[in-house]
Design a protein around this ligand. Structure first.
Ligand code: GCW
Length: 695
């Protein structure tokens, strides 16, 4: 077992389960001449062969008991049946035990072939979970329209912030060779409802938009299409100059506008169902409309106008910050975008990270959510763990994303959680969506570690249903991926649920953020770095000195809090009500400040680091108890990674404490055993074994 099959392992069911389900899965009625239905049939064949030991027969009509029937609205197979298909939308499905032509069958019905594919994956999942299938009545539909996986893959196959090998996309062999792995990738995505893929980096290379590359992209689109997945590309804003020979990329220049229109026409001639563009502009050195003193709306709308005749969309990222702005970096996105609310074309979505800084182990939700009622906002989360220990540290992100999705923006009213903001279209036909930055590469296990597969899985599940529960998702994943045995599932789910808080505790307790070493962001580095830009220095974020620690974002400081709804600003702005977990994010307090528990900040800080390590040790113990209960190869890999994590949690604690202590001059609380090595040691070693994945 290498983990290649992800959660689609289709391991043989036990004999009594096979006896129970096999008679209901003898044959499939479906029109296999349609590519997406063909994909569904292939999956049912593969899945049932694995689960019950034999692939079903293929039939064109119901012929007695034991059929699985795939039918879209209007099919004669559904004649006379009253089905609530209208409520399912384009991609939803219904999975129901019913009678057709006098025979009891399992019906999968939908308004589109993609819905049938999703329903087929659901049936296979229920079988994998050993759920009863004799009285099925499932109805499901995604709550968001665009469920996107963003790859930060460069064309030379280097993956920015990727910890799972090289990019999957072998541009050199495309379009001639379509690696079968692309199909497995599409299957995995479809099984969790992902319907959009951006294969290339937001730090973009304009070459992807040239004719030879479009042929390669077309080849990928052909693999993805049957799986209900559309391809999008990042658009480098300066492409008209770089590959178009123009002198400017000014979005209001007629020649530039004509160039993008022609480019869009060219793309659609090659890829008729092309999805559109994703753009990072005027951020971290990327070109953009501000280069020409134009607004983000001017830039986004120009591209939107080029795509609109073809039905394409623009996903314009709100992750902007520049060295020319002295404001708190926390405030920059709202400062730039809120005034533009209502100024974007209908086919533009604004893609907003979960927090205002950058994918930290814990951040408060981004203040843009709820602040732009006329603009479709997508949530962007980072599946790859740039700031949470790359692929070696076990951190299940489902709980982190759930925390953000459940946050109440109070806009327009109490109960308007981030999930609700995402799910509620800003106008009747407005777009909705979510994006995740992929953690996938050429590693045999796809994600660099067994447990990071869970983050890909959880992302898909939450993009389908932002109100889903992280614990339910973890349980499903553990059962599908490891074993249905509760003696395995219970400890694995427990590990997953405690894992993210462990990382917060040993890296960024009490609302600290961005104290990772600069560049690669792997290990600790709260001290001054050599990077020129202030906001690339961890000291910018923690503001620790002899007197205290934390970033004052209240009205006495930068008042970033003023960008939230008054209810949120009040709660987080008041030391009496701000949760400890966000204390130092919003407040600068003295080292001897008393938390509500009565403990001093200093002592509590130390305790959080210790708790983080203790949790990792607990995870090691739980894992040790699973030896022999899961396959040996994957078990050993996880054991070794946990050992690395344990060691590095201590490294984080000791380096952090050494640095804070050099400022606070406070003694370690009684009972804290190992005193850290001196700060100079940690500064000198930096990050000894982090891959070179900096800027
Ligand atoms: C793609 O660039 C990334 C950059 O590597 C990363 O450190 C930061 O998280 O965010 C940037 C972004 O989201 O654009």
């Amino acid at each position: 077992e290498t983990g290649y099959d992800l959660w689609l392992r289709y391991q043989p069911l036990d004999a009594s389960t096979v006896q129970r389900v096999a008679p209901k899965l003898r044959y499939v009625v479906a029109d296999g001449s349609r590519p997406t239905i063909r994909a569904a049939l292939d999956e049912l064949d593969r899945g049932l062969a694995g689960l019950i030991g034999s692939a079903p027969a293929h039939a064109s009509a119901v012929r007695g008991e034991g059929g699985v029937v795939l039918a879209t609205a209007g099919s004669p197979l559904l004649a006379g049946m009253k089905l609530p298909l209208a409520a399912l939308g384009r991609e939803g499905f219904l999975l129901r035990t019913t009678t057709i032509g006098g025979a009891k069958v399992t019906l999968i019905a939908a308004n589109s072939d993609t819905g049938l594919l999703y329903g087929s994956f659901r049936l296979l999942k229920l079988l994998q979970l050993r759920a009863p299938i004799d009285a099925l009545d499932v109805q499901d539909a995604p709550k968001l329209q665009l469920r996107v996986l963003d790859h930060w893959d460069n064309l030379d196959r280097y993956v920015e912030r990727g910890y799972a090998g090289q990019s999957l996309w072998d541009w050199q062999k495309l379009p001639g060779y379509k690696d079968p792995r692309y199909t497995d990738y599409a299957r995995a995505n479809a099984s969790i409802g992902i319907n959009a893929v951006v294969p290339n980096n937001v730090n973009a290379n304009a070459d992807i938009l040239t004719a030879p590359y479009l042929q390669k992209v077309k080849a990928l689109a052909e693999v993805f299409r049957p799986y209900g997945i559309r391809i999008y590309l990042t658009a480098r804003f300066s492409a008209p100059i770089e590959i178009g020979g123009l002198k400017t990329a000014d979005p209001l220049d007629p020649a530039v506008r004509a160039w993008w229109k022609a480019k869009a026409d060219e793309i659609y001639a090659v890829i008729p169902d092309f999805g559109g563009f994703l753009v990072k502009a005027n951020s971290e050195g990327q070109p953009g409309p501000s280069d020409y003193k134009r607004s983000h709306a001017d830039g986004a709308n120009m591209l939107a106008d080029a795509l609109a005749p073809h039905g394409g969309v623009v996903m314009w990222r709100a992750f902007v910050y520049s060295e020319h702005n002295d404001a708190d970096r926390h405030k920059q996105a709202n400062d730039e975008f809120v005034p533009l609310d209502g100024k974007f074309r209908d086919n533009v979505l604004l893609q907003v990270k979960n927090g205002a800084i950058d994918f930290q182990p814990r951040e408060p939700f981004h203040p843009l959510f709820g602040a732009m009622p006329k603009t479709p906002l997508m949530l962007e989360v980072q599946i790859t763990k740039e700031y949470l220990g790359f692929a070696t540290h076990l951190a299940y992100l489902g709980t982190m994303w759930e925390e953000v999705l459940e946050s109440d923006t109070f806009r327009p009213r109490a109960g308007s959680t981030v999930a609700k903001v995402l799910e509620t279209p800003v106008a009747p036909k407005a777009l909705t969506g979510m994006a995740g930055v992929a953690n996938i590469g050429t590693d045999v296990n796809w994600s660099g570690s067994q447990f990071d597969q869970a983050n890909w899985y959880a992302y898909g599940r939450l993009a389908w249903d932002p109100d889903a529960k992280a614990e339910d998702i973890a349980r499903d994943w553990a059962r599908l991926t490891w074993s249905p045995d509760p003696a395995v599932v219970t400890p694995i789910v427990a590990m997953m649920l405690e894992s993210r808080e462990a990382v917060v505790n040993y890296m960024t307790p009490l609302g600290l953020g961005h104290v990772m070493a600069t560049g690669h962001h792997y290990g600790p580095g709260p001290w001054v770095s050599d990077l020129a830009r202030p906001e690339w220095n961890p000291t910018y974020y923690h503001r620790a000195d002899a007197d205290g620690i934390g970033f004052d974002r209240t009205p006495t400081g930068t008042n970033a809090l003023g960008q939230y709804a008054p209810q949120v600003a009040k709660r987080w702005g008041d030391l009496k009500t701000v949760p400890d977990s966000l204390l130092l994010w919003f407040h600068h307090v003295p080292w001897d400040y008393r938390l509500r528990s009565g403990e001093t900040l200093w002592n509590s800080l130390i305790a959080h680091y210790d708790t983080g390590i203790a949790t990792v040790e607990g995870m090691q113990r739980r894992w040790a108890g699973l030896e022999g209960k899961v396959d040996a190869r994957r078990w050993a890999e996880v054991r070794d990674f946990l050992a690395i994590q344990r060691q590095e949690a201590q490294w984080w604690r000791d380096a952090s404490i050494a640095y804070w202590q050099s400022l606070s001059k406070r003694p370690l609380p009684a009972g804290h055993l190992a005193p850290p090595r001196p700060l100079s040691y940690y500064e000198a070693i930096r990050t000894p074994h982090a891959p070179g994945n900096g800027k």
